[in-house]
Ligand binder design. Structure first.
Ligand code: ADP
Ligand code: ASP
Ligand code: MG
Length: 422
């Protein structure tokens, strides 16, 4: 008998029919003798719908009071789907009980809309499991020290599931979703994308952080820190397929470099449409400039990603960086009103229509010339590279958003990732 955590995403929970299928699948696992904890997301579209309602009443604000209410609101989506799943499980003849994050409780810090899990008290859940119940726990949310409901950031149910699996020392955490595993790139964008049987934890971490939304990055961090065995697989297979076959399907996240692992130099291509570029032009090229520009940005809690500084001939530099779309206007305002007048820079310009494309692979450590192949492929497609950022196992470029698909497809082919033609 094993303790297994299943997580089901929004599409997998998208209708009563799909919830019934989830219940049948979970019942199959429970009847095979496993202790089951299930973490569902809100039904597809629900979190967007809820946040949209808030947006109709008030424009988004940076205030903590406002973000508290967003969490209070958004957390209800998972409460609905959890209760529905418990009802469906009961209808399948299982004993089942659902809990919200605050009932467990899942303790987090107080950063509304992007809270971090600090601890999970599993006593109540263990009691239910021992009594033979399937336990359903809302994804995406927790409670802070003062008793306020918090959420974990978009896609946060993945993190809830892995954190619960870590806290309970579960034998495995299975992330059921609307694709049948982790692919070389988003299969909805590149039809030639190939499913990976295994992907190393480090590569998965890079892919998630560089924009592959199949797993929330914090879930991968948790899995790495606590060595949680984790697999991504499809919720759309027939619920009654053989359990042993299901348990081996999808993509396994591995923690050791396996000799047998698919030995590609580049394992995957990630992309992110969610960033915008800001350039401060004509900055006096003196020590401390990066700090004087990015210091106030950091103080305003705006995350900066790729950074580049160009020197121009007359001792003035141009300084560019990327931020999330959601912070773009705030960052522009801040720079125009505070930073530029103090710094004596010429002007601030912005471009929200950019994207970041990244190649990822452990093989890049031991192979030279991988980045230059990337640059060659992009130049052959006449795609201008605006910014570059590299680390040990990835190279990212910022390009015009309109070339995103062309760039990803060309790189996918050039690095030998396309699946064999059928
Ligand atoms: P869920 O609702 O189950 O959490 P998400 O929509 O958050 O599902 O994540 C699954 C989606 O991630 C897929 O439908 C796919 O379009 C996208 N995706 C992006 N990159 C990849 C990748 N490398 N492999 C698989 N899916 C990916
Ligand atoms: N429902 C939340 C979201 O849409 C959390 C999740 O789906 O993982 O972001
Ligand atoms: Mg998700």
């Amino acid at each position: 008998m094993a303790l297994i955590v299943h997580k089901y995403g929004g599409t997998s929970m998208g209708s009563p029919e799909r919830i019934r299928n989830v219940a049948k699948r979970v019942a199959k696992w429970a009847r095979a003798g496993h202790q089951m904890v299930v973490v569902p997301s809100a039904m597809s579209g629900e979190t967007n719908r809820l946040l949209g309602l808030a947006g109709e009443l008030a424009p988004s604000k940076a205030s903590s009071e406002y973000h508290r209410e967003l969490d209070m609101l958004a957390a209800t989506g998972e409460q609905v789907s959890s209760a529905l799943l418990a009802i469906a499980l009961q209808a399948e003849g299982m004993e089942a009980i659902s809990y919200t994050g605050w009932q467990v409780p899942v303790r987090t810090d107080s950063s509304y809309t992007k809270a971090r899990i600090e601890s999970i008290d599993d006593q109540r859940v263990r009691g239910d499991l021992a009594a033979g119940k399937v336990v359903v726990i809302t994804g995406f949310q927790g409670i802070d020290e003062a008793g306020h409901i918090t959420t974990l950031g978009r896609g946060g149910s993945d993190t809830s599931a892995v954190a619960i699996a870590a806290a309970m020392k579960a034998d495995e955490c299975l992330i059921y979703t609307d694709v049948d595993g982790v692919y070389t790139t988003d299969p909805r964008v590149v039809s030639a994308a190939r499913r990976l049987h295994t992907v190393s934890f480090e590569e998965m971490l890079e892919m998630a952080s560089l924009g592959s939304k199949v797993l929330q990055i914090r879930s991968v961090e948790f899995a790495g820190k606590y060595k949680v065995p984790m697999r991504v697989l499809s919720s759309f297979t027939p619920w009654d397929i053989d359990l042993a076959e299901e348990a081996q399907s999808g993509t396994l996240i591995t923690f050791e470099e396996d000799e047998k692992m698919e030995k590609a130099v580049v394992s995957g291509i990630a992309f992110n449409r969610g960033e915008a570029k800001i350039s401060v032009l004509g900055v006096p090229d003196t020590p401390g400039i990066a700090y004087r520009i990015l210091g106030p940005v950091a103080e305003a809690n705006i995350e900066v990603d790729v950074i580049i500084q160009n020197i121009s001939k007359d001792g003035k530099a141009d300084f560019s960086f990327t931020v999330n779309h959601s912070d773009y206007n705030r960052a522009l305002d801040l720079l125009r009103t505070k930073v530029v007048p103090e710094l004596g820079a010429k002007e601030v310009v912005g471009d929200p229509n950019i994207c970041k494309v990244s190649i990822v692979g452990i093989g890049m450590r031991s192979h030279v010339g991988v980045a230059s192949t990337m640059f060659r492929v992009l130049s052959q497609e006449n795609i201008n590279i605006q910014m570059i950022s590299t680390s040990e196992i990835k190279t990212s470029v910022v390009i015009d958003e309109k070339y995103l698909e062309l760039a990803v497809r060309a790189l996918h082919t050039a690095f030998g990732l396309d699946k064999p033609a059928e």
